[in-house]
Write a protein that binds this ligand. Sequence first.
Ligand SMILES: Cc1ncc(COP(=O)(O)O)c(/C=C/C(=O)C(=O)O)c1O
Length: 336
Amino acid sequence: PKGRGLWRYATMLPLRDGVSLGEGQTPLVKSNLDGHLYVKFEGANPTGSFKDRGMALGVTVAKESGASKVVVASTGNTAASAAAYAARAGLKCYVVLPRGNVARGKLMQAALHGAELLMVSGLFDKALEYVVTHGTRYAYPLNSFNPWRLEGQKTLAFEVYEELGCPDYVVVPVGNAGNIAAIWKGFKELGELGLCKKLPKMVGVQAEGAAPLANAWQRGLKEPLFIDEPETVATAIKIGKPINWPKAMAAVRESGGFFIAVSDGEILKAQRLLASRDGIGAEPAGAASVAAALKLKLNGTVVAVVTGHALKDPDAVEINAREVRNAEELVELLEK
Ligand SMILES: Cc1ncc(COP(=O)(O)O)c(/C=C/C(=O)C(=O)O)c1O
């Protein structure tokens, strides 16, 4: 493949070229935490999450369709990415956000890149309902029901395949449930090309307090158990009514995978382990995939998708420090 960023995979995309900030080609790191585990670090994308893959294509289509404004509801990363790519493309960007539920790094990014921040009281699901019901008449909607976004996000599968072939499991944190479907689509296309003989099982991970799909899956239900008041420290996936649930359910079922829920404690522990043992800084939602992989102890090759960078959510990390009043104290502390 040639071209830059997302467009390296032009032959597998509905367009041949477009807006790019050099997204993709993110690190695939063999983890020290478990012999079977690889970590796909999506925090290394231009705005620090996997959203950049889909935004490159989504914003390109918005621009080519003649739109001058884009709008998106978000728990934060989609907003940060839309703001950056819209700025790149010269489009006006409106982001609709759940007040008090967006990590500071993401708010800062959306503001810095010049988006209009429109705060809604309540949760992401309400923000998304406003955009879907009213916003799309006035601005081009970039939420992940937009198929172009998912087309871009599928390229993660191509990168994993190029480095590792087809793993046995791909573990993905699930919120609005577009990404797990997109990645599965990518692997299916590799299968159709005869490149992947045995496709990976897709494992969808949710936080216990925000697990409409995992709760339904555990009960053998075919539809999610929507949640009015989702609750988790992983604010990126604090979503009670995932708009892409049909695609995600289909991907998990087709691939022979499953959904699982992990606790906030397991998420924060995985975040700390990943950073202190693998050197990878994940925001809580991004660490959820590693929390699940460590809990499941799956056999075969496992790829955990770490979907967002730690810098997104500095408030999620407890910081301990010590006072050094003079050089002697420093020596004392170093000598220990
Ligand atoms: C770090 C991180 N990890 C996982 C997810 C879940 O992906 P989907 O299941 O495809 O929604 C998100 C999603 C964020 C938004 O939905 C948004 O930004 O509006 C995320 O930011």
